[in-house]
Design a protein around this ligand. Structure first.
Ligand code: NOJ
Length: 760
């Protein structure tokens, strides 16, 4: 089989360095009919208790393996462990499972490998900002190989909950607000983790999580209630999961949240009706941590036994870190409430994955058979991912890039300039902070010979309210030719159960900005954060903003290269940045409403005449104090090059249902540096059986464009690509008029039209 990543260096168009590819590893056979045969044969030998054991996942984070755990595995009561990453301990657990249990069934070994293992890639939201499936795929591939050295064979990623609420801490872990972008990147991550053949050394099973709707928790509070109408579930929240299933993802995880009154862990509609019956999924479903027992806490059930009944009936094949299945399922079968045939089908889903992973043939891990941790390739992938994920939000008077030749001195100020752990972001259980290269160190190595680089932390951490360091910061700014302010959020402010109601820069950072600004020198803010922030209160005080998310191990070198123009920023926002929290949810693909706002209809609060009558202002869908536009739109991201889009056209004004249309435009780099641009295609279906968004992303492409060069950007759209779920929850493409736009953000106005007709 050819190595699917062999062309990566070509695909990473615009990369500064060519990535050398690692060798492809031989494929053991992975024949699905043979696997089904083995699953059936094994099931026939299993007792009910052994079957239930396979449905039980146990936390095994202690390096010293307890006697209880050893005994539970030996007696066939455990199908999977999570959180053990000591390879000798994992091998010992596998040895007990295959040599000492009656049937010798190996274990699934799970771990949250979310954006890297030891080598950390940017947080997933940052990776999404690269708009590059190839780099996302390779990042997952690197993570899989490193995790596999520890005996991990299953990751709980990708997290593909559509997230339109930056208060929610887990937006950091997501791929942003848009179903199309998230779907493409979800597939890339699944491919990266799982490779072509799961039985190869260095591939691990992936988990699409959390099914479904978790990202829409009320007010962005983690674990809070979710209410999403079915039509919106199908059109917005399900597509990344469907894409992951079609890409062969091995498992799905149930969301913690209550969805329309039925918590996901007990939700038959999600796991039986949609996942199994409609999508034909043949992998397995895992609960979230103890979420079966939580069904009673939600108030759906009275006790653990009923919770197990609901979860099993809903189709949750394996319980994570709870004992409810092992304690109650046998009784439920004996009582006749659960049929053993249902258990058999669920256990088959789990065994199938174990066969696909080749665990029955080779359950043990030899780290020497895998590339070393933090290999040159891993570090270069992390650097490329960081480089492509940073978004230049603002660049007044071309203050960036800085010139090492022209500057005598630069002040590097702020709590996140030299914070090796913080730049890794959330979910880095195994991330190695010793590998981190911070921006401060990278700037020193890049320009330290030519430029006097001064450093002041100024604040102990991003939340600090102590301003003792601000006088010194102001003085340093006065004495330097330019100021680089490293602001943002530490990693603990985002991630699971780390939601915020106020998403301004925390602590007294805005005051630090104000004090530094007074020095009158060019000020560049480099912001590292796990979510979009409301930057309204500082945006006019700085000349440029590079938004770096939490950029991972190689964040420092990537940021330094961008600041000093070795490469142009090319990231684009995968999520809208609100002006203020009260605008949330604000996202580009909103519905039009019956009273759409426009510049002519908006009167803001400060402009309302004294004694103006009630109906003289407003009357369209906007906020009196915020208008209707965000601070930065979805898809936004500036470059050191200048890009001009023109001459949009369609291959046909009319197409038949079932046909394809090509939308193209010319993209010219009118600037004087070569740079990557992410060209984006949006459409609008003007009239629908249900109302359709004002714009929907339908294509994107990262392209290297040389100064003066014009390239043709082409997107093919099949009419199936324009399908949506209508009133009857059926997927449909309707004949009618469409608008299409191409450009560098969702704000593009370069538009053409086409019509779908149905002559039959
Ligand atoms: C809870 C989180 O919601 C889930 O995403 C994660 O995979 C599990 N814990 C395991 O750590």
């Amino acid at each position: 089989m050819p190595n699917r990543f062999a062309n990566l260096s070509a695909a990473l168009c615009g990369s500064l360095l060519v990535i050398t590819m690692s060798v492809s590893i031989a494929n053991p056979p992975n024949d699905s009919a043979a696997i089904e045969h083995r699953v059936t044969a094994l099931l026939a030998e299993m007792t009910l208790a052994e079957k239930i054991g396979q449905m039980n996942q146990v936390n095994a984070d202690d390096r010293d393996l307890s006697d209880d755990l050893r005994q539970a595995i030996e007696s066939g009561r455990v199908g999977s462990v999570l959180n053990q990453v000591d390879v000798d301990a994992v091998n010992e657990l596998q040895r007990i499972a295959v040599q000492e249990s009656r049937l010798g069934i190996p274990l699934l070994v799970g771990r949250d490998v979310i954006h890297g293992f030891k080598t950390v890639m940017p947080i997933p939201l940052g990776q999404a900002a690269a708009w590059n499936a190839d780099i996302v795929r390779e990042g997952a591939r690197v993570a899989a190989r490193e995790a596999a050295t520890a005996g991990v064979n299953w990751t709980f990623a990708p997290m593909i909950d559509i997230s339109r609420d930056p208060r929610w801490g887990r937006i950091a872990e997501s791929l942003g607000e848009d179903p199309f972008l998230a779907s493409k990147l979800a597939v890339a991550m699944v491919e990266g983790f799982q490779g072509e053949n799961l039985a190869e050394t260095g591939t691990i099973a992936a988990t699409a999580k959390h099914f479904a709707g978790y990202g829409a928790s009320e007010s962005g509070r983690d674990y809070a209630t979710v209410n999403i109408p079915e039509n919106e579930l199908r059109n917005v929240y399900f597509p990344p999961f469907k894409a992951a299933v079609d890409a062969g993802v091995v498992s799905l995880m149930a969301a913690f949240s209550d969805l329309d009154g039925v918590p996901a862990t007990g939700n038959q509609f999600l796991f039986r009706t949609v996942l199994r019956d409609e999508w034909g999924f043949n992998g397995f479903v895992v609960s979230d941590w103890d979420s079966v027992r939580q069904l009673a806490i939600h108030g759906l059930t009275e006790n653990d036994k009923d919770s197990v009944y609901e979860a099993v009936t809903a189709g949750v094949d394996m319980e994570m870190a709870g004992r409810s299945y092992v304690n109650n399922l046998e009784t439920l079968v004996e009582e006749g409430r659960i049929d053993v045939a249902m258990i058999d089908a669920m256990v088959a889903n789990i065994l199938r994955a174990k066969f696909q992973l080749g665990l029955f043939d080779n359950p043990f891990t030899d780290p020497a058979a895998l590339p070393p941790i933090a290999s040159a390739h891993a570090l270069e992938t992390a650097r490329q991912a960081a480089l492509q994920s940073v978004v230049l939000l603002k660049n007044d008077r071309g203050v960036l890039p800085l010139s090492a030749e022209k500057l005598n001195s630069v002040a590097v100020i702020g709590p996140l300039a030299d914070a090796p752990y913080e730049q890794l972001g959330t979910w880095i259980f195994d991330g190695d902070r010793e590998l981190s290269i911070t921006p401060m160190h990278a700037i020193h190595s890049l320009v330290g010979h030519d430029v006097d680089v001064r450093y002041l932390r100024a604040m102990d951490n991003s939340r600090s309210r102590a301003s003792e360091g601000f006088d010194e910061a102001a003085e340093m700014a006065r004495d330097s030719d330019a100021v680089l302010l490293f602001l943002g959020e530490e990693s603990i402010l985002s991630g699971e159960a780390h939601s915020r109601a106020d998403i301004n820069l925390p602590g007294d950072q805005a005051e630090l900005v104000r004090r530094v600004r007074e020095a009158g020198k060019p000020v560049v803010a480099v912001i590292q954060a796990g979510r979009p922030l409301t930057l309204t209160n500082i945006i006019d005080q700085v000349d440029a903003v590079l938004f770096a998310w939490h950029p991972g191990t190689m964040g420092g070198p990537a940021i330094a290269d961008l600041l000093f123009g070795l490469e142009s920023p090319s990231g684009k926002l995968p999520v809208t940045f609100p002006r203020m929290v009260g605008q949330i949810p604000i996202y580009y693909s909103q519905k039009k409403t019956g009273k759409p706002p426009s510049p002519d209809t908006v009167v803001l609060i400060d402009d309302i005449d004294a004694h103006a009558p009630q109906l003289s202002t407003g009357m369209t869908a906007y906020h009196l104090d915020a208008g209707y536009t965000p601070l930065f739109v979805f898809g936004h991201g500036l470059s050191y090059a200048e890009f001009r889009y023109q001459k949009i056209r369609t291959s046909a004004r009319e197409i038949e249902l079932g046909d394809t249309v090509t939308i193209s435009a010319e993209l010219t780099n009118t600037g004087d540096v070569a740079a990557d641009e992410v060209a984006q295609l949006y459409i609008r279906d003007l009239v629908g059986n249900v109302t359709r968004p004002v714009k929907e992303l339908k294509g994107f492409r990262r392209i290297r464009v040389e100064p003066g060069q014009t390239v043709s950007v082409e997107f093919e759209l099949h009419t199936d690509d324009l399908a949506f779920y209508g009133r009857n929850m059926q997927l449909m493409t309707e004949p009618g008029e469409f608008h299409a736009w191409i450009g560098g953000s969702s704000e593009t106005e370069l538009r053409t039209e086409f019509r779908i007709i149905d002559s039959d």
